[in-house]
Design a binder for this molecule. Sequence first.
Ligand code: HEC
Ligand code: HEC
Ligand code: HEC
Ligand code: HEC
Ligand code: HEC
Length: 213
Amino acid sequence: MTAIVWRRTELGIKLVFAALLSLTALGVVLWAWRGQEDTGAEEVVAQPIPFSHKHHVGDVGLDCRFCHVGVERTASAGLPSTQICLNCHSQLFAGQAIFEPLRESARTGRPIAWNRVHRLPDFVYFDHAIHVAKGVACLECHGRVDQAPLMQRVATLRMRWCVECHRNPMSRLRDPAHVFEMPPVDTGDSATLHLLQKLQSQQRLTDCSTCHR
Ligand code: HEC
Ligand code: HEC
Ligand code: HEC
Ligand code: HEC
Ligand code: HEC
């Protein structure tokens, strides 16, 4: 009799332990997943030439459009041609070993094979020009590029991230004349308010077909 009771208790303890164990495991998995979901930051991506936005934007003071020529007019911002670099580096530091990929590209006519830092899946539609025209600064999605020695992704680019802004873009807009500037600005100005009145309905911006066409 006592033996049966004990066996039952033992079974009970085992079950409780098993339950606790799987709960902990689930907790760990969820925690890891959430962590990944929230930060979105990725490691620095290695490049054929260690190009520094901090040098060229922060120190030299070049405008984004000098190199990302498509960003105001087309869906894609585009990466600079070798010719753009050569404007300065056909002279400046031209002999240095780190510029070998630039020299090779100039010789062969093949573009430098920059590694992509941001990449949406093919089934998502994104357009830079629309965001630029409506006053969404580069800063909102790419962070302090002017302080980045090497490019790094700072946002998750997950659907939830896009939709959170599309639901309420209000506080994330600025005068479109200043979208290329890096430091955060006061968004309460009249230009921004004027702009907001011309935004599409929130309903339209969160429709599936807006981003999945
Ligand atoms: C002198 C040229 C130059 C200027 C000016 C410049 N960039 Fe770039 N940018 C590059 C090059 C080259 C790359 C590719 C290498 C890399 O990812 O670091 C790049 C990459 C990027 C990427 C990552 C692209 C990817 O692979 O997903 C972003 C985002 C970006 N630039 C934003 C900006 C912003 C914002 C500005 C203005 C504040 C700016 N850039 C100004 C040359 C430039
Ligand atoms: C308008 C002129 C200009 C253009 C265009 C330009 N650069 Fe530069 N680059 C500079 C200057 C000036 C420096 C030195 C910056 C400093 O040290 O603060 C520099 C520094 C560099 C360095 C660091 C050199 C070293 O010895 O550490 C690299 C690498 C570089 N540039 C790559 C590029 C690439 C790749 C492009 C094209 C995407 C490019 N640059 C376009 C002016 C330019
Ligand atoms: C609303 C968010 C958002 C804003 C604002 C934004 N970008 Fe992007 N950017 C992205 C996304 C998302 C991608 C990846 C696109 C893809 O994979 O199709 C990207 C990719 C890029 C690339 C890689 C080349 C390309 O076109 O895919 C460059 C360069 C770039 N952005 C520069 C800029 C510059 C410069 C600005 C400011 C004028 C800017 N971005 C503003 C979200 C943004
Ligand atoms: C920081 C805010 C913000 C983020 C983040 C953002 N967007 Fe937008 N998006 C806007 C604003 C503002 C508009 C312009 C709305 C308007 O024209 O009324 C817009 C417009 C668009 C449009 C054009 C809608 C149309 O048909 O006119 C598309 C497509 C779009 N966004 C896709 C995306 C995708 C995909 C992402 C994520 C990778 C994203 N957006 C992230 C603010 C944002
Ligand atoms: C503002 C842009 C935007 C809107 C609106 C949007 N999506 Fe997405 N969606 C994305 C982006 C970006 C991704 C890719 C990144 C990711 O998987 O989170 C994505 C991914 C997905 C995926 C693939 C998920 C996965 O894990 O691979 C599905 C399914 C999807 N969306 C369905 C929808 C449906 C249904 C709606 C309407 C209720 C919708 N989306 C509205 C931007 C959007």
